[in-house]
Design a protein around this ligand. Structure first.
Ligand code: NAP
Length: 161
């Protein structure tokens, strides 16, 4: 089983966020995120947790912070990516962002679930560049948002052996 999966939505230039929030409104992607992560542990940086504002239900919420005193009801706080992975104890976990945590966990990840949004937005947080040679695309579904008209694709990449 994959121990670590990254799930992310990016614009055409790898943008993922602005001012600690999402740059776009894409309810279909939020529904996809919920479908994929419910029942699984989720690992996030403290800034992403602040941006969401609460632990997400029906998921073990693991937050990474350098502040050893940080705590929140319904959250397990750890002080490194490695400590977050240790907590998984072999169960598949989803890294849900943000940019700093994606950068630090990409090399440890065997599966990427990417929502590729077919536009460019003003962003100040970016997903790290990936070497496509190292990844096999195993699924791609193209959609257009019924709400905003935004084109997007749900893509799965598996790290090559
Ligand atoms: P982040 O990765 O969510 O969190 C950064 C924080 O994580 C740091 O300030 C630190 O917390 C902690 N941290 C990072 N590395 C650590 C380490 N090695 N050891 C211990 N703690 C560590 O923040 P970000 O890079 O600013 O990303 C946030 C942006 O991404 C927002 O705009 C958000 O909306 C966006 N986002 C987008 C998506 C998407 O799919 N499009 C998903 C998630 C987030 P302390 O400061 O508490 O020490």
């Amino acid at each position: 089983m994959n121990q670590l999966t990254i799930i992310v939505a990016t614009d055409q230039q790898g943008g993922i966020g602005i001012n600690n929030t999402l740059p776009w409104k894409l309810p279909e992607d939020l529904a996809h995120f919920k479908r994929m992560t419910t029942g699984h542990p989720i690992i996030m940086g403290r800034k992403t947790f602040d941006s969401i504002g609460r632990p997400l239900p029906k998921r073990r919420n693991i937050v990474i912070t350098r502040n050893a005193d940080w705590q929140h009801n319904g959250v397990e706080a750890v002080t490194s990516v490695a400590a977050a992975i240790t907590l998984l104890d072999g169960v598949e976990g989803f890294v849900i962002g943000g940019a700093e945590i994606y950068r630090q966990s990409l090399a440890l990840t065997s599966r990427l679930i990417i929502t590729e949004i077919g536009q460019t937005f003003d962003c100040d947080a970016f997903f790290p560049a990936i070497n496509r040679e190292e990844w096999q695309e195993t699924a791609r579904e193209a959609h257009v948002s019924a709400v905003s008209g935004l084109p997007y694709a749900l893509v799965t990449l598996q790290r090559k052996a």
